[in-house]
Design a protein around this ligand. Structure first.
Ligand SMILES: [Zn+2]
Ligand SMILES: [Zn+2]
Length: 356
C-alpha cells in the first residue's frame, strides 16, 4: 500500500506524513510540505461534498449523482417532481439508495414551492447595496427567528394562533428568488443529519462572519430558512435551524469549489469551460491559492483528487489555483482583480509578484 495516499473523507482534520496544515503570516492557514514530494505524488482524495448545488439553468443537463455533463445535452432519466436528472440507471439507483423517504418528500415539497406561480411582489430592494455588517446580520436573523418560532408552533401544534398561521402561509407563498441557494442549504442540512463527522470537518474550516455581499443576499437566506421550515417533513424540522444554516453559509463563502465541465481541451485538471454549480469538500479546502500552483486537482464524479504538479521541496507551501476556465489565461491585472472580487484577497504569488 502506498504511504502517500491519503483518504480524508471522514477525517475532521487534514493530516498526512507528507504535509501539515499550519498558520501562515498573511493568509490564514496553509498546507506545507513535511518532506520533499516528487511530481505526480497523490496528496488527497475527497469523496463527498457536505453541500452542493447545480444552477437552475443546468438542472436538466447535469447528473445529480455523478455531475456528468455532456455539452448541454439533457439527460433522459428525469425526476421532475424532485427537480433532478440522472445520466444513467446506475446513478439513479445510487442516489435513491442513500436518500431516505422523508428526504425525497422534502425535495418534492421544495420543488413544488419553487414551481409555484407567484404574483410579483414589491420587495424592498436596497438601492445602496453594501456588505451587511455583523450587527445587521444579527438583526435580520433575530427577526427571522421570531417568525420561525411562529411557523414551528403552527407545524407542531393543533391550536395555532392566527398570527402563527399567517407566518406559515407567508413562508409557503414566498417568492424564492434564488432556487440554487435553497437547494444548497437543503443539501447541507441533509448532510448535517446524516453525517455528523462530515459536518464537524466543515466546522474546522475558516469562517467568514460576513458572508453576504448585499442585504438582499441576507434577506434571501432568511427567507430560505422560513420557507424550508414551512415545507419540509416534520422529521427534518430539528435540522432546519438558524445555527446550522449560518454555519454552512459562514464556512462556505470562501471554501467552495466550482463544479465545472470536464472538457479541458486536452489539459489535465479542472479548468472546464462551463461552471454549472458549486460544492463544499471540507478536507479539500485548506489549500491557499497560487496562479502558478504546485498542486493540481481533478474531479471525477463526486470525488476530487489532488497531486503534486511538480517536485515540491520540504517546507514549501502547497497551493492550488482557485481560477477556472478562461480565468487562467487572463492578464495579470484582470486576474488579480478577479481574485480580489471573488475571493477577497490580493494575490501575492510568485507569478503575480513577477507581473507575469
Ligand atoms: Zn451520473
Ligand atoms: Zn497570483
Amino acid at each position: 500500500m502506498s504511504t502517500a495516499f491519503f483518504d480524508a473523507t471522514n477525517n475532521a482534520q487534514l493530516r498526512s506524513c507528507l504535509f501539515e496544515v499550519r498558520e501562515t503570516k498573511s493568509s490564514g492557514r496553509g498546507v506545507f510540505a513535511l518532506q520533499d514530494i516528487p511530481k505526480g505524488t497523490a496528496l488527497i482524495e475527497a469523496s463527498e461534498p457536505v453541500a452542493w448545488v447545480i444552477y437552475d439553468e443546468y438542472a436538466k443537463e447535469v447528473c445529480a449523482q455523478c455531475y456528468a455533463y455532456d455539452r448541454g445535452r439533457t439527460w433522459k432519466m428525469r425526476d421532475n417532481a424532485k427537480g433532478i436528472v440522472f445520466c444513467s440507471h446506475d446513478c439513479q439507483v445510487a442516489w435513491l439508495t442513500k436518500s431516505p423517504e422523508d428526504e425525497c418528500i422534502a425535495r418534492e415539497e421544495i420543488q413544488k414551492l419553487l414551481k409555484k406561480k407567484h404574483k410579483s411582489t414589491d420587495q424592498i430592494i436596497d438601492k445602496n447595496a453594501h456588505r451587511p455588517s455583523v450587527e445587521e446580520i444579527e438583526q435580520y436573523w433575530e427577526l427571522a427567528e421570531r417568525t420561525a418560532q411562529d411557523i414551528r408552533a403552527c407545524r407542531l401544534s393543533l391550536g395555532a394562533t392566527k398570527k402563527q398561521r399567517k407566518a406559515m402561509q407567508n413562508a409557503q407563498d414566498a417568492v424564492i428568488e434564488e432556487p440554487y441557494l435553497m437547494w444548497y442549504i437543503f443539501e447541507g442540512l441533509v448532510r448535517a443529519r446524516s453525517d455528523v463527522e462530515g459536518w464537524r470537518s466543515l466546522e474546522q474550516l475558516a469562517v467568514n462572519t460576513q458572508p453576504y455581499k448585499e442585504l438582499s443576499d441576507l434577506a434571501r437566506s432568511t427567507q430560505v430558512y422560513l420557507s424550508l421550515l414551512a415545507v419540509v417533513p416534520k422529521t427534518f424540522l430539528p435540522y432546519v435551524t438558524q445555527v446550522l444554516i449560518r454555519s454552512l453559509e459562514g464556512h462556505s463563502s470562501v471554501n467552495v469549489f466550482g463544479l465545472r465541465s470536464l472538457d479541458e481541451r486536452g489539459e489535465i485538471g479542472d479548468a472546464g469551460s462551463e461552471c454549472f454549480g458549486y460544492g463544499l469538500w471540507p478536507v479539500a479546502s485548506y489549500w491557499n491559492h497560487s496562479c502558478a500552483p504546485n498542486v493540481q486537482k481533478k474531479r471525477t464524479g463526486r470525488m476530487w483528487r489532488f497531486w503534486a504538479n511538480n517536485d515540491i521541496a520540504k517546507g514549501q507551501e502547497l497551493c492550488i489555483s482557485y481560477l477556472g476556465g478562461d480565468e487562467r489565461s487572463m492578464e495579470v491585472v484582470d486576474r488579480k482583480a478577479q481574485l480580489k472580487d471573488v475571493w477577497g484577497f490580493d494575490c501575492a504569488c510568485s507569478k503575480c509578484l513577477d507581473n507575469n
